[in-house]
Every structure is written in structure tokens, then in C-alpha cells.
Design a protein around this ligand. Structure first.
Ligand code: ADP
Ligand code: SF4
Length: 705
């Protein structure tokens, strides 16, 4: 990697930094983060981590890796190092990371009362029998943890040591003890969860004891050539005055400092640690991480959705952090360090803070990214964030629609070497993102089009034609060999019935959809926003309408506002914001009738009906593909050959309406599949199996992939 073109201001980001006995080649540290890939997807997992090492990250860590079956986070995806059979799956990743000169770290993890062992059915363990998130996590459970006895404490330390040994065998350079986010060692730090009367409860020295023992056992297990790291949440402790120091957080860091080679600091809960950009700005962790270096001489890594090299350098220069930690920015742009190093900062694909990534993990599937559609597809589909395969023909491609799908499709095709023209009816390219990024708090979403337009504008083989609405006759006249329709989708004013399907379409002049609002409609109050989309749109429109001074009521058939966004760590903030701006939230209700003066709200579970004043009804629910142009071209299929057209296909929301992340993915997929296999095909990953002689069941092993 050349450093020749690196801006002098940013050179410190490329200083090597020692972590105990190992040395990171630079300050770019991909902290542990969920990928959705478990030991059952070892090749997918190795692929997505390796590409970040290739992109210049100096340290690449796993996501949470359970040390024992008493830590079973199902249905959330997690890795394991439960026995020697798990080693091979991890070695695939460490080998791939080492190939690019990066260090590999493993986040060994025991979830305590934050996991409830739904699969293994072992008792969940906590310091005193009080569970962390059993009642308010995405997945609730009636299971409850039990308090640990002295034997359990010894077991925990033993499990950590055994897993650490396996981690070393797998080739990891940095081995974690994880005392954060309500997981077991973190629960010991907080008196609310730790009511113990023995040497592990009470004073701060006692409350850190189990963490100290786990750190010591890890070091004893792995010897001198592997670093031991501590990941710790300090948000709550920082609010509590200490006995010997300013706060309990200061005391915890000071007490544990001699026993770790690195502090990886994070917030206490997923919504504060990984908050959406709509509510949580870049570098927001500094309020918590800022003090740590004053209490230790060990290197400190922290996160903050850093995408600006100036902010990164400022964190280092001001002594806040030694390592620039990143989860989301490294997902959105695995090549971020390399781009800074090569003086190509303007090519960084900045994370937009939409939290689709964490949302996918909360849905129990592979993490995917709005900005980087190749994430998780490196091995499965052979996609790369920066490289593409060459064009398969000399065909020229016309893309109709310059939204996220059309622009991503154009970018990938342009990189492949095709001659591409993008036409959009509007004066400005960007499609849905133009409207959505102008909604309260969503300006960072504009990065989706800014990044793509920035790249497209310097590509000589791509032409952009804003202000060009096309019909079928014109497309036939132009005679491009390939036509891609990225014409988007429109919101429909359909009601939601108790059968939980979109019902009757309301034809009333005072009924609006987000498409109407995007086109400039301004509903008069009192307004009712009916949201059965459950993503961001309903809540943010209610906020915007309230901010414009109109009385507005938010109604949803779900149990909370913007219900799906609990997955994106956003729902709690949506409720807070709607409360702040005075929007009543009515849940488990739907609109059954509207006459321009009143809306009738029906309870979802009973026959109860209520009428409330409503002059305008905004319905956020059903989206339908814009397929008029596609249908018109299909009708004229017999003319295609004479016009020179070989294929006409749809992409993005015109293919299947969804979030921006889906549109970008389809745009990439359409471009990847041109003159090649359909994107519907991909490689299936599978676990490395226990050898038959070990599990005694040759038939099961032989049947496996
Ligand atoms: P996606 O999310 O799939 O990219 P968008 O709705 O963001 O979809 O973008 C679709 C774009 O297609 C819009 O900017 C719209 O102006 C454009 N469009 C739709 N129909 C036509 C057409 N007939 N001619 C030119 N542009 C069109
Ligand atoms: Fe950032 Fe969104 Fe990608 Fe997550 S999904 S890394 S928040 S752009």
C-alpha cells in the first residue's frame, strides 16, 4: 500500500501501535461486530473479514464468539469456540486476515442474563439471578437466569481459558474478555445486577474481580505472544461517583489496567452504542470514552461512526483514542483506510447511519449494508467492494431511473466497462433519496447518491441525463442493446384491515401518501398518519408534520411506533422524539373509515371503534412497483429486435419495493448479472463437520455439505 499520496495531516493514522506483544500496522481497528455469519457460514465470514484487511484495516475482529454452551444467544447469530471442532471455522478467517498483514482478534463472550440459552436449554447465569434484557430485547422470553454459585464462578474462568487456548490455536493475535453490553462480566460491574455478598460483590475492587480473573486466566492460557484485550462498557459507571476516584468508571479502568493489553470501550446498550444517525451524531462516544486514557497507559480503542479523517486525527491528537475503532464505517467502506492512505478521501463510501446492518442481525440473518451491497456477498456471490469483473459484451446500456438502484447499477456497469446512459425524469438525480434525505434527521442518507454521483461524474463511459422522462417509443428509437428500468415504486393509499393485509384503496382528496408529500402536497391538520410500513417513514412524517405546526396523531396496527425499527436500535428514539414534538401515538389500531372531517379508528384485537377529528389522512403502508414503462415495452416485444434491443429488465424498487438497501442491492445485482449468471444463483456455505469417527455417526456427516 503506498503512503505517497496520503495527506500529511492524516499520516499519524498509519503509525504502527503495539498492543502488548503484538503490533498493529496502523490505527484502523475493526472492532468486534456482528456479521450474522456463524460457524455454519465460515467461508462467508472469512470473506467479509478478509476484504477489510485488504482495504487496510490493521486489526480485524470477529463478532461475539461464545465460550460455552451456557452462552447461547439464539435466535441471534453468534460464533462459538465450544470445542476443538470449532477451531477450523475460525482458522479460515485468521488465515485470510493475515494474508493482508492485519492482526486478527476474537471477541470471546459469555452473555450471562443477556442470553437465555433457548437452543442449549442450559440454565442462564447471572451474578445474582437478575436478568439483563430478558424482558425488553427484540426477542422476549419467559425464561429467567439463575444466580451463580462459587462453582459457577470457577467454571466461567475455566471456560474462558479453554476458549482462549482454542482461539490461539485458530491463529488469533488478540483475545478478548468481553465485559460490556449487559453480558455476564458486565453484569458483575453493576450493583443492580450484582447483589453478591461474597468477594465478587460490593466494592468496585470486588465487582471487577471476575473480570480480572478472566483476564489473568486468558493470559496464562495463551502465553506471551498473544495480546489480551478487554472490551468494557462504562456508560453507567461513569455516572456514579467513585470511592477513591472521580467515578466508578475511573476506578474500574485503573483496577483492570495492569491486566489487559488494550481497552476497547463501548456504551452499555445497543441503541446508545450503535445509534442511528437520525438521532446520534458522529463521535458521540467521546462523552464516555474521553476519560479512559487518563486512567491507563494501555492503548484505547473506541468507536463513533467515524467517517471523517479529520475527526479521526482529532481523536488521536487530543488523546481520546489510540485506535480508530469502527464497525459500521468498515462495513460501508472496507477500503476506507486505503483510500485515506492513497489520498482518495473523496472516494470514501461513508456510512449513512441507517442501521440496516444491525437490523439484519436482529432479524437473525447475515448483516447487509445500504451503502455497500457487496458486504456478505464476497464469497457467496464473488462481489468485491471495489473491484468488478470486466464487461461481457460491447452492448450499450440505457438505465431509466436515477435513484439508488439506477445509480448503483450504472456505477457497477460503468466500472465493468460498459457504455452507460442514465435518464431520469426529474431535474435532479437521486430518486427517492432526494425526498427521504430531506426529512428530519435523515440528511446523512444523501450520501447514498452523493457517493455514486461523485464517482459517476468522473467516468468517461457513463452519461447522466436528468430532466429526461422517457416512454417506450423513445426507448425503442434510441436502440440501446440493453435496457434497465429502475423506475422505482409509488406509495398507495390503501387501508390496513384486521386480516393484516392492505385493504381498500381510499379515494378522497384529503388522503395522502409519502409519494404525494414528495410531490409537494401539504396536508392540513388535524392530520392522522396511519403507519403499517413499520420502518422509518411513518414516524418521520409525523415528526415533520408536527414540526410544520399541524396537529398530528400517529396510528399503527403494531405495538409501537415505527415498530420494525426496534431492529435498527431506533424505535426508542422515535417514541422519544414523537413525545417531544407532541404527537400522540395510538398503537394496535387501524383506520377503518375517513370522511374528510373524522377518522374512525378500529382496535386491532377487539370491536372497539373511536372517531377522532381528522382533516387529512396520510397512509404509509403499501408500495407498488412503477411498472407502466416495463409493461409498455413488454407489449412491444416484437419490435425489440428491429430496435436493436436484446434485453429489458427491471431493478430496484421497480423489481421489488423495499428499503434503500434493497434498491442498491438489486442495482448491483442487475449489473453483476449482465452477460453472466443470474444473481439468483449463489454459493451455499456450510459448516465444517465433526469427523465421523468423533461423532460416531458417519451417515450424518456424509450427508452434510
Ligand atoms: P429505486 O429506489 O429503485 O432506485 P427511485 O424511486 O429512487 O427507485 O427512483 C426511480 C427514479 O426513476 C425516479 O427518480 C424517477 O424520476 C425515475 N423515473 C421513473 N419513470 C421514469 C421515466 N419514464 N423516465 C425517466 N425517469 C423515470
Ligand atoms: Fe452504515 Fe447503514 Fe451500512 Fe450500517 S447499513 S454500515 S448504518 S450504511
Amino acid at each position: 500500500m503506498t503512503i505517497d499520496h496520503c495527506d500529511a495531516r492524516f499520516k499519524t493514522l498509519f503509525d504502527p501501535v503495539a498492543i502488548g506483544p503484538v503490533t498493529a500496522p496502523n490505527r484502523f481497528y475493526q472492532v468486534p461486530h456482528a456479521s450474522g455469519a456463524t460457524n455454519a457460514n465460515p467461508r462467508v465470514r472469512a470473506g467479509l473479514r478478509a476484504v477489510k484487511a485488504e482495504g487496510g484495516w490493521g486489526v480485524i475482529c470477529t463478532g461475539a464468539c461464545s465460550i460455552h454452551p451456557s452462552c447461547d444467544d439464539a435466535p441471534l447469530p453468534f460464533a462459538t469456540l465450544w470445542d476443538d471442532d470449532d477451531i477450523r471455522a475460525h482458522a479460515l478467517m485468521t488465515d485470510a486476515v493475515h494474508e493482508h498483514g492485519a492482526l486478527a482478534g476474537v471477541e470471546l463472550f459469555h452473555g450471562g442474563g443477556g442470553v437465555l440459552n433457548r437452543q442449549t436449554r442450559l440454565p442462564a447465569l447471572t451474578p445474582s439471578g437478575k436478568g439483563w434484557s430478558s424482558n425488553h430485547s427484540v426477542f422476549m422470553s419467559p425464561g429467567r437466569p439463575r444466580g451463580m454459585d462459587a462453582a459457577d464462578l470457577k467454571d466461567l474462568v475455566r471456560w474462558q481459558a479453554a476458549a482462549a487456548k482454542r482461539a490461539k490455536q485458530a491463529g488469533f493475535d488478540i483475545i478478548y474478555v468481553y465485559a460490556g453490553m449487559g453480558y455476564l462480566p458486565h453484569e458483575f460491574l453493576l450493583p443492580e445486577y450484582n447483589e453478591r455478598k461474597d468477594a465478587y460483590g460490593g466494592s468496585m475492587e470486588n465487582r471487577v474481580r471476575i473480570i480480572r480473573e478472566m483476564l489473568e486466566a486468558t493470559r496464562d492460557a495463551v502465553g506471551d505472544n498473544v495480546a489480551v484485550a478487554l472490551r468494557i462498557s462504562l456508560e453507567e459507571l461513569l455516572t456514579r461517583p467513585g470511592t477513591t476516584m472521580e467515578t466508578e468508571a475511573h476506578e474500574a479502568v485503573s483496577l483492570l489496567s495492569p491486566h489487559t493489553d488494550l481497552f476497547d470501550v463501548k456504551m452499555d446498550s445497543s441503541p446508545t452504542d450503535c445509534g442511528p444517525s437520525r438521532f446520534v451524531p458522529e463521535a458521540s462516544h467521546e462523552r464516555m470514552a474521553g476519560f479512559v486514557k487518563s486512567c491507563t497507559d494501555k492503548p484505547v480503542v473506541g468507536v463513533g461512526r467515524f467517517t471523517s479523517p479529520d475527526t479521526m486525527v482529532s481523536q488521536v491528537r487530543r488523546g481520546v483514542l489510540d485506535f480508530i475503532g469502527a464497525a459500521r464505517p468498515s462495513i460501508a467502506d472496507p477500503f476506507l483506510p486505503r483510500k485515506i492512505r492513497e489520498g482518495r478521501e473523496d472516494e470514501i463510501r461513508e456510512c449513512i447511519g441507517c442501521n440496516m446492518c444491525i437490523a439484519n442481525w436482529h432479524e437473525g440473518v447475515l448483516v447487509r449494508c445500504t451503502q455497500n451491497p457487496s458486504f456478505g456477498e464476497e464469497w457467496r456471490r464473488g462481489w468485491h467492494p471495489e473491484k468488478v469483473k470486466p464487461a461481457g459484451s460491447k452492448d450499450r446500456v440505457l438505465i431509466v431511473g436515477g435513484g439508488p438502484a439506477g445509480l448503483e447499477c450504472a456505477l457497477t456497469l460503468g466500472r465493468r466497462g460498459y457504455d452507460v446512459a442514465v435518464a431520469d425524469a426529474r431535474a435532479e438525480m437521486g430518486g427517492r433519496v432526494l425526498f427521504e434525505s430531506a426529512l428530519p434527521g435523515l440528511s446523512a442518507w444523501r450520501r447514498v447518491i452523493d457517493y455514486r454521483l461523485g464517482r459517476l461524474k468522473v467516468m468517461p463511459n457513463v452519461e447522466l441525463y436528468p430532466g429526461s422522462e422517457l416512454d417506450a417509443a423513445q426507448i425503442l428509437e434510441f436502440g440501446f442493446e440493453r435496457v434497465v428500468l429502475a423506475t422505482g415504486a409509488a406509495w398507495a393509499p390503501a387501508l390496513f384491515t384486521k386480516m393484516e393485509i392492505a385493504g381498500e384503496v381510499l379515494d378522497h382528496p384529503n388522503v395522502f401518501t409519502p409519494s404525494d408529500l414528495a410531490a409537494g402536497a401539504r396536508p392540513e391538520g388535524p392530520v392522522v398518519v396511519l403507519d403499517y410500513d413499520f420502518h422509518v417513514m411513518g414516524g418521520v412524517l409525523a415528526e415533520q408534520i408536527a414540526a410544520a405546526g399541524q396537529p398530528v396523531t400517529y396510528v399503527t396496527p403494531a405495538g409501537g411506533a415505527s415498530a420494525w425499527t426496534i431492529n435498527a436500535n431506533e424505535q426508542i428514539y422515535v417514541h422519544q422524539r414523537l413525545h417531544e414534538v407532541g404527537v400522540p401515538i395510538r398503537t394496535l389500531e387501524c383506520v377503518s373509515a375517513f370522511d374528510g372531517a373524522e377518522a374512525t379508528l378500529g382496535d386491532m384485537l377487539t370491536d372497539r371503534e373511536t372517531r377522532i377529528p381528522c382533516r387529512s389522512l396520510v397512509i404509509v403502508g403499501l408500495r407498488r412497483q412503477n411498472s407502466g414503462l416495463y409493461d409498455a415495452l413488454e407489449d412491444r416485444q416484437t419490435d425489440w429486435a428491429d430496435a436493436g434491443i436484446r434485453t429489458v429488465e427491471r431493478t430496484g424498487d421497480a423489481l421489488s419495493p423495499g428499503a434503500i438497501a434493497h434498491a442498491v442491492f438489486y442495482g448491483r445485482a442487475t449489473a453483476e448479472a449482465m452477460d453472466g449468471p443470474s444473481f439468483l444463483t449463489f454459493r451455499r456455505d456450510g459448516p465444517f463437520h465433526t469427523p465421523p469417527e468423533r461423532n460416531g455417526n458417519a451417515m450424518i456427516a456424509a450427508m452434510a455439505v
